[in-house]
Design a protein around this ligand. Structure first.
Ligand code: TEU
Length: 555
């Protein structure tokens, strides 16, 4: 007798990421807030998303826009209060939208009470909650040569005790010591507190970095930090936090550097760790060898090879999360396609390609109206700590400011963090105050109101249809993925098959018509159009038009 196991709900769900400080400001501070989000719940319901992931809203000195938390069990006054959060949760739930919190537990803020206690003396009961070492007496005296992801050494000398603490990110983000069971209990207790309050899951910031390779913490080994204990910790977390209520939750781990094999371990359902992870391979393909700011052109065959490997690697063994953008990445329409003449076609083609892979798609706020990179030209316009540190380091090392600014204009995280463009009015309907980061001037034409009035050329409407398609169609949520034409330089083509049903998806990653290989062309003629960004095209067999995408049902 075979037992039917029904697929997890998040296989047919779509997640929408909100970067709260840039979404909607209800108080005129120039910074988005919870009231602003509440005011846009109808908008999100119209789009049809199932889950909203909120980037951090906890109390924080905001050294890294909230990814530096000083109190895990409070809301930063910039964004509102716990009472307001409860309202948001209730109003989202009433619309069938789940709320996922960002869980940042690789590190805290240096202003968290735990760290203040830890740094106070060698004998502090919380000394061992963070990672303290003596200097090694050579070079810069840091315990080892690890570099912070935001530039400079990953170790900060603390005058109080003369020891160094580890910070993989900014000096204001000291790393917690997960080896210490008290730390783990404190984190699990906090997570349970949020779940008891009604939240529906967690997006876990750099969760693969919590387990340091202890032998690397001394000496000068290159030390990429993903110790095997990470799996023990996540299984323990699962037992202590998710057990008994995991069927309704969603957990996604952010795992820079994770391989397909790592991801299988994190997401295979029998291991009881995470539902899915954000892998980074495909968003590193256009990085130069030295830093992510060395921009190299992306080859479509590389993107297909990478995403194709993840599709086949996790097919029966795990689950993918699907993303082209988030608050750390450039805007996808500017990065991968044409954000000018063919912006509508580009944005919708990218969306269709992404959403029709097997996995859970993530929509980053503004992508659903085709928002573009920011176009910043002076360093004074930037706010992001990573961008500012990079600029200072490079210019100090002799680079030309103009060249560094050109790299930032393409790659900086601020490209995705500009305020949401709601309408064409001077402050884009985002705020009545002074926006914390400049509003992109193109908001006069690229905004929600204009897009939604665009009838058949509304990007929002295209997203809405893609999301609805995932809800209605099990071939979209569960179908087997097969890449076609892997070596074709401009076409991205694949099928999804479940039982008797097959969908064919073909996108043109170029601004000129792409001739179709015969096999694909023949199939396109036979199939019925499910969704496309040029409407019903008469010349369906010949070529794909610039940035065109067609999805057809073959059987
Ligand atoms: O990001 C971790 C990460 O590895 C990168 O994406 C990082 O943001 C950076 O771009 C490296 O060049 C997470 C958060 O998403 C990010 O916003 C935080 O700054 C970071 O962790 C620290 O919490």
């Amino acid at each position: 007798m075979s037992i039917e196991i029904s697929p997890a709900w998040w296989t047919s769900a779509v997640v929408y990421q909100i970067y709260p400080r840039s979404f909607a400001d209800s108080t005129g501070t120039g910074i988005g807030d919870l009231g602003g989000i509440r005011g846009k719940l109808d908008y999100l319901q119209q789009l049809g998303v199932d889950v909203v992931w909120l980037s951090p809203i906890y109390r924080s000195p905001q050294a890294d826009n909230g990814y530096d938390i000083s109190d895990y069990q409070d809301i930063d006054p910039l964004f509102g209060s716990l009472e307001e959060f409860d309202l948001l949760l209730a109003e989202a739930h009433a619309r069938g939208i789940k709320i996922v919190m960002d869980l940042v537990v690789n590190h805290t803020s240096d202003e968290h009470a735990w760290f203040e206690e830890s740094r106070s003396s060698l004998a502090s009961p919380k000394r061992d909650w963070y990672i303290w070492r003596d200097g090694d007496g050579v070079d810069g005296h840091e315990p080892n040569p690890w570099r912070s992801m935001f530039g400079g050494p990953a170790w900060q000398l603390d005058a109080v005790t003369g020891q160094y603490y580890l910070h993989l990110f900014a000096a204001k983000q000291p790393d917690l010591n997960w080896e210490n069971p008290e730390v783990r209990v404190a984190v699990y207790t906090m997570m349970n507190w949020w779940l008891d309050r009604g939240v529906d899951g967690f997006r876990m910031d750099v969760i693969n970095l919590i387990a340091k390779v202890q032998s690397d913490l001394v000496g000068d080994s290159p030390g990429y930090v993903m110790g095997d204990q990470v799996h023990d910790y996540l299984q323990e977390m699962n037992r202590e936090v998710f057990a008994g209520r995991d069927a309704d939750l969603i957990t996604v781990g952010e795992t820079p550097g994770a391989t397909v094999d790592d991801a299988i371990q994190f997401t295979s359902s029998d291991r009881l760790e995470l539902d899915m992870v954000f892998q980074f391979e495909h968003v590193g393909l256009d990085h130069g060898p030295r830093t992510k700011f060395d921009n190299v052109p992306l080859k479509l065959v590389d993107l297909k090879r990478s995403l194709g490997r993840w599709q086949s690697g996790l097919a029966d063994a795990g689950w993918n999360s699907l993303y082209f953008s988030n608050h750390d990445q450039p805007r996808s329409v500017s990065r991968f396609s044409d954000d000018g003449e063919f912006r509508y076609e580009s944005a919708t083609m990218l969306a269709a390609i992404l959403h029709l892979h097997r996995g859970t798609p993530y929509v980053y706020q503004g992508d659903e109206i085709g928002m573009t990179n920011a176009g910043l030209t002076t360093i004074e316009q930037y706010q992001d700590i990573e961008s500012l540190n990079y600029y200072a380091e490079e210019v100090a090392a002799g680079a030309s400011p103009a060249a560094v600014l050109a790299s930032l204009a393409f790659r900086s995280r601020d490209n995705a963090r500009t305020p949401m463009q709601w309408d064409a009015t001077p402050l884009a309907g985002f705020t009545t105050g002074t926006p914390w980061l400049e509003i992109t001037p193109n908001h006069s034409t690229i905004n929600v109101a204009t897009d939604r009035a665009a009838g058949p050329r509304s990007i929002f409407e295209f997203y809405r249809r893609l999301i609805a398609l995932r809800h209605e169609s099990t071939v979209v949520s569960l179908g087997v993925f097969e890449m076609l034409e892997a070596e074709h330089p401009t076409l991205y083509a694949f099928t999804r098959t479940l039982g008797e049903e097959t969908l064919l998806v073909v996108g043109n990653f170029s601004g000129v018509p792409s001739e179709l290989p015969l096999a694909v062309a023949g199939e396109l003629v036979i199939g019925n159009l499910v969704i496309g960004n040029y409407g019903e095209v008469p010349d369906i067999a010949g070529a794909l038009l610039p940035w065109e995408v067609r999805v057809v049902r073959l059987r």
